[in-house]
Design a binder for this molecule. Sequence first.
Ligand SMILES: N[C@@H](CCC(=O)N[C@@H](CS)C(=O)NCC(=O)O)C(=O)O
Length: 246
Amino acid sequence: MYEISWSHFCEKARFCLDAKRLPFTIVRVNPFTRSQVRRLGKRGTVPVLTDGARVVDGSDAIARYLDEAYPDPPLLPADPGQRAEAAALAARCDLVLGPDARRVAYDVAFAHTGLFEGTLTFSREPWRRVNPVFLRLLEPRLRRLFTIFPDELEASRRRLRSLLSDLQRRLEGGDHLVGDRLTLADITAVSLLDPLELVPDFVRDRQFASIFAWKRRFARAHNRRQRAPWLDGPPPIGYPRPDAPT
Ligand SMILES: N[C@@H](CCC(=O)N[C@@H](CS)C(=O)NCC(=O)O)C(=O)O
């Protein structure tokens, strides 16, 4: 699987592969050139999965391909009603949570650039000295790429609030979003929620405590790596503490 390690869409694809207990090899993609996936004739986004001669681009296509090629255990329920519901919910998370969580999380990281350590910036001397200049060049590019501007941020926050409330309502009856076993809907929601761990106005809002508690419980139960708050030293101002009561 071709991936960028901190990408939440890549985590979704990895989670699908792990849920199917399929062994796989990671190919790290250069986040700036994306040459490894372009060489495969793809757009340049990650994840991309190759399986023999098959090249599958995008986390949803990967999930569907895996369910066809390796049906057991299934990612979507057999019952047609539940199947449609889980697929629709996963698609809504792809559409809303994916870009919106990324947008608001990047915005926080630009204000607390320590959060980029270990991903986009250098953590070791002497390289870390170039981080400020590097980020000054990178920030406008990323803001354009992911449209991280005030109006879009506000619209994202609005959509996220509505989606998180819906997800919470769904979880009132049990521990899975659809039915009573793991589906692509849970995998998608848990993976794509992860960048919001960086966003104080969501993680610290008591209104959303239960969805974050569920996400963390679920991720722990399935051995998923979750966003680490900071690498060392004191947390940046406004940063949620990992062990804070939710
Ligand atoms: N719909 C795609 C979205 C993938 C996506 O947005 N990947 C990001 C990383 S999180 C990316 O590669 N972005 C680069 C770009 O948009 O140029 C999926 O589900 O895989």
